[in-house]
Design a protein around this ligand. Structure first.
Ligand code: FAD
Length: 290
């Protein structure tokens, strides 16, 4: 039964953007039995308790954050399991790993998610997607954990999903533990070609190899946030060690020594400038932790 506890973890180590101060604590759930201990951790830390996956959609501010994190990180990794066209996957499986598995098994439906670096748990929680598809499109059911109910399955149609939005329709802290996806039968080469096509497109239009947290802002209805930011002069806009990418204006890049304060200042500047120039209210997609 292992719940690994870390005190004052550095947010830079927990997030792909690599910035920010420290959190109160991090609880790593290393096996299913540790969920009993997690219930106690939840009792102690419930104020400001947040799940974290790969931290690839999070922006942490500087200083001491009054937050505690729960991270599913099984000591014994569970391989995805196939039953017919259904694939069962643990929340800590990385999305690129799942896609590689689907390629090998000729299962189609999630190719549009190529190039998204998060965990399965985080990707469901964000309803991650791109190029007209999202993870909810293939989701059959999710095994959730809550402190009161423990583990239980919930069908996708009993929860709510939208653009970068997911709600498990529970009213307490909810951890995604595993999920089942319903795929379509295809061939290894077809799935591989589609995945490569999506990935190449992303590589040529997004700074996929730099330290970022994906898109900073949601696309406002009918607009591209990247285009609006570009038009407002924010492509390449730099403040200290942080910059809006030269490749895609909707990505904030940590140039090496960036800070949360600089990142938040750039976001404020961009939001204000876009509002003044085009009257559009930009809403952040990245989760801001402060
Ligand atoms: C280079 C790059 C490209 C990207 N491209 C895309 C893209 O094309 N489309 C897209 O949608 N996103 C994209 N992203 C953003 C990010 O990769 C996705 O949102 C991803 O799905 C987040 O997964 P994560 O594990 O990193 O989640 P985290 O960032 O760790 O967390 C995100 C949210 O999920 C919650 N969460 C995490 N794990 C769990 C869990 N087990 N149970 C309950 N809640 C949980 C967190 O509390 C938080 O609210 C990109 C990011 C980068 C760095």
């Amino acid at each position: 039964m292992t719940l690994e506890l870390l005190h004052e973890p550095k947010m830079a180590d927990l997030t792909s953007l690599g910035i920010g101060g420290t959190a109160r604590a991090l609880a790593k759930v290393r096996d299913e039995a540790a969920l009993d201990q997690l219930a106690l951790f939840h009792e102690r830390e419930s104020a400001g308790l947040i799940a974290i996956g790969e931290g690839s959609n999070m922006l942490a501010s500087d200083g001491k954050l009054n937050l505690a994190f729960v991270h599913v990180d099984l000591a014994k990794k569970i391989k995805p399991e196939i039953s017919g066209l259904t694939v069962r996957v643990s929340a800590d499986t990385r999305l690129p790993g799942l896609l590689a598995f689907l390629i090998r098994n000729g299962l189609s439906g999630m190719e549009g998610l190529a190039g998204i670096p998060g965990s399965v748990g985080g990707s469901i929680a964000m309803n991650a997607g791109s190029y007209g598809t999202d993870i909810a499109a293939s989701l059959k059911r999710v095994r959730l954990w809550t402190p009161d109910k423990g583990l239980f399955w919930k069908n996708a149609d009993e929860m709510s999903f939208g653009y970068r939005h997911f709600s498990p329709k529970t009213n307490e802290f909810t951890l995604i533990w595993e999920a089942e996806f319903l795929l379509k039968s295809s061939t290894e080469s077809e799935v591989k070609n589609k995945v490569q096509e999506v990935f190449s497109k992303k590589k040529s239009t997004q700074p996929v190899l730099e330290k970022t947290a994906g898109c900073v802002f949601k696309n406002p209805e009918g607009f591209s946030a990247g285009k609006i930011l570009d038009e407002a002069g924010f492509k390449g806009k730099t403040l200290g060690g942080m910059a809006f990418s030269e490749v895609h204006a909707n990505f904030l890049v940590n140039k090496g020594q960036g800070t949360g304060t600089e990142a938040l200042e750039l976001i404020n500047m961009a939001t204000q400038a876009v509002l003044n120039k085009s009257g559009v209210i930009l809403e952040t997609e990245v989760i801001i932790l402060q």
